[in-house]
Design a protein around this ligand. Structure first.
Ligand code: HEM
Length: 140
């Protein structure tokens, strides 16, 4: 990612942070609309899950300019996701729901540059998670 894209992701996420709870719930609502079969993978309460997701995204966004600080946690997260039954294809569905949620939350502030920057950030995160999920040594 370019420094400008990192700044774009950070600035836009700061705008969503005050409405993180609603945004998280909106994200899951949209995700299950796009693919209702995903609902069964989530065993816990969606409100709690939504907070965990938003917290993790916040950590990742904060660490975009110091990737070495977040990569170990993101890899471990990816390995756990294999255990949740998450496949590579699911990451594409999550990307669509996430971008849609950002667009809802940001309105006119969701520019093409914002969208492109988030796509890059997501590809980085998802790519790291998927790679870790393919390494049996990381899975417990
Ligand atoms: C950038 C991508 C993603 C992030 C940051 C993320 C984040 C998280 C976090 C923080 C948790 C809490 C549990 C833990 O830390 O292990 C979690 C659980 C989970 N995630 Fe993700 N996730 C991502 C992608 C996905 C995808 C693509 C799916 C597929 C549908 C998915 C499905 C799940 C499921 C099923 C759980 C377990 C829920 C339960 O407790 O039953 N996640 N995720």
């Amino acid at each position: 990612m370019t420094p400008a894209q990192i700044a774009e992701v950070k600035q836009s996420f700061a705008l969503v942070a005050p409405i993180a709870d609603q945004a998280g719930l909106l994200f899951y609502q949209r995700l299950f609309e796009i693919d209702p079969t995903l609902r069964a993978l989530f065993k816990g309460d969606i409100e709690t899950q939504s907070k965990k997701l938003m917290q993790m995204i916040a950590v990742a966004v904060n660490g975009l300019d110091q990737l070495d600080t977040i990569v170990p946690a993101v890899r471990a997260l990816g390995a756990r996701h294999a255990g949740y039954g998450v496949t590579d294809a699911h990451y594409d569905t999550v990307a669509v729901a996430l971008l849609w949620t950002l667009e809802q939350g940001l309105g006119e502030a969701f520019t093409t540059a914002t969208r492109d920057a988030w796509i890059e950030a997501y590809l980085l995160l998802a790519g790291t998670m998927k790679a870790a999920a393919r390494e049996p040594a990381l899975q417990s």
